[in-house]
Design a protein around this ligand. Structure first.
Ligand code: GRF
Length: 223
């Protein structure tokens, strides 16, 4: 089997990236991590990438002189290091339309709630979990979805629920959700590698990927 080649965009801690790297190392995920880009020079994701022997790039409007410069640099990287999938893992910037166009229907994101609830502009980081706690939801969870030009709006590939413990604060909820993210993202990448999720060339955002119903059924049996 040819391993899935992927790149990562990350702004922060990169624990999701690390979980993917760990699954590659353990043999669970037949994939090759090619490079990581961060808009933040201090992102731990860059350090994790270097430690794993992959390419790590700090790219921002400061390093490139402008937002247009960032777009050119990202496109150049994608051209020089072709990938099957672009994986967003805590990337706090919008992916430029030109990049989405170049990697049509091949950009995925993980969101720490059950979209469409607690998604869209303004719902990031701890704010998501604070809103969940304030709404007294019994469940929150993880959504892994395709990326298009609107925040948190692409086709959903996988959702997994997390029970909100009575009286839990946002920090606790966030930790529980992050654990579930770590157990979920690699499964979606593996599904791409195995052909259970296949990118289409459709212009309809609701049909960005074809998902094998048997795979979805298997995922629904996870806790
Ligand atoms: C995760 O909660 C993810 O859902 C969100 O940003 C966070 C990134 O965490 N998009 P990490 O950098 O992977 O630790």
């Amino acid at each position: 089997m040819i391993p899935l080649r992927f790149a990562v965009l990350a702004s922060g801690g990169g624990s999701n990236l690390q979980a993917l790297l760990d699954r590659i190392r353990s043999g669970d995920l037949p994939a090759e991590h090619v490079f990581t880009v961060s808009n933040n020079s201090q992102a731990k994701a860059l350090e994790r990438t270097r430690n794993a022997g992959a390419l790590a790039f700090h790219i921002s409007s400061k390093t490139e002189g402008s937002e247009e410069g960032v777009v050119s640099k990202l496109l150049e990287l994608i051209d020089h290091h072709p990938v099957d999938l672009l994986v967003l893992a805590g990337y706090m910037k919008k992916v430029p339309p030109a990049v989405l166009h170049r990697l049509k229907n091949r950009v995925v994101n993980v969101h720490p709630a059950l979209l469409p609830s607690f998604g869209g502009a303004g719902f990031y980081g701890e704010r998501v979990h604070e809103a969940v706690v304030q709404s007294r939801c019994e469940f929150t969870g993880v959504t892994i979805h395709m990326v298009n030009e609107n925040y948190d709006d692409g086709q959903i590939i996988l959702q997994r629920k997390v029970r909100v413990p009575a009286g839990a604060d946002a920090k606790t909820v966030g930790q529980l959700v992050l654990e579930k993210e770590h157990d979920s993202y690699w499964r979606v990448l593996k599904a791409f590698a195995d052909g259970d999720v296949v990118s289409t060339d459709s212009d309809n955002p609701a049909e960005a990927v074809r998902i094998n119903p048997e795979w979805l059924q298997r995922m629904s049996e996870l806790d």
